[in-house]
Design a binder for this molecule. Sequence first.
Ligand SMILES: Cc1ncc(COP(=O)(O)O)c(C=O)c1O
Length: 393
Amino acid sequence: LAGGVLWWGVLSSRLDFEAVENRLTELVAQKRRAGVAILDLTQSNPTRVGLSYPPGWEHAPANPGARVYAPEPRGLLVARRAVADYYAERGVAADPDHVVLCASTSEAYGMLFKLLCDPGDSVLAPRPSYPLLEPIAALEGVRLERYPLRFDGSWHIDPDEVRSRLDPLAKAIVFVNPNNPTGSYLKRHELEPLEELALRHGLALIADEVFSEYAVRTDPARVPVLAASSRVPAVSLGGLSKLAGLPQVKVAWILVGGPPAERDRILGGLDHVSDTYLSCSGPMQHALPSLLDLRRSVGAQIASRTGENRACLAELGADVLADEGGWCAVLRLADGTDDEAFALDLLAGQDVLIHPGYLYDFSETGFVVVSLLPPPSVFREGIARFLRAATGS
Ligand SMILES: Cc1ncc(COP(=O)(O)O)c(C=O)c1O
């Protein structure tokens, strides 16, 4: 191979991630090897928290229609109609022709970044927020610029701070509605100036609405389904993962909205991206009408579980940042406490696993995140130990 290029070991810069040594993960592995029972307050996998799923639900994909391969870039009409019916039940008119199916919301982000961005372009996203946004953007060659969510008793987006993060290569603004982990919803008065900004700079709006059904209470100030009401090109992301507690099924969707001409250009572009991969499984598309129905049983259990665990936090007197929904709670540590060091000590000394806030890119230290999905007995004991450690009692 004299003179050849040494290609192995030279991976693309999309994979240039700082190898962050996660001491928490190492300690978890060490404890598990030693047979220690950990109270896992980071568990957010709905299939592992003791929820009851209707017997036989997994047979839904055994549909005779699924024997034939009928590739459709947007997905089978029977499945897109089921998504439109779901929105109709929420009082939102959605045309099945404006729905594009895919395998997951993560994939939906990837499709949208391919659609809207050239390599090196940027997308604005909230901070703190969903940790997967960074690697998804990096894999598409897209820069993620972060606009802050500010907390002053409730969480806010300041449109001026979004504006100040815009650069000439910005192509979209992402809202996570409600956000993970802050549980805060996008409000109409926050959206209005951002729509103006989008109009002026030719930006698309992307709303990740996977947790939208898990509100603590209703609030007319919220934007419920962005794509259904936006004055600018906008998409809403949803999926079975959170809505019906079925992350393993791998069905999600993009609802496209905005002015008709731009909406149709986006749909045409998504047809091309989607047709290249055709990743949403046929049997699952045939099963979607009945799988979506699981939101009534499994989704309802999740809502009641998160409610019970929220009540437990209040009863035990934890210092919780006020939230409006979602599957997480953000807890505040005493001033000056390092979140990573605290989480490590809690695991080492109390066998309780929580997430330090830095994993979600909190701009300050001193915040930790717990999932509200664990069984209430595990949650209660874990929080009791957490509070003993946090208060030194
Ligand atoms: C905000 C947010 N969006 C999307 C997802 C993932 O959804 P999916 O399983 O459809 O990729 C998660 C998972 O935790 C999430 O927190």
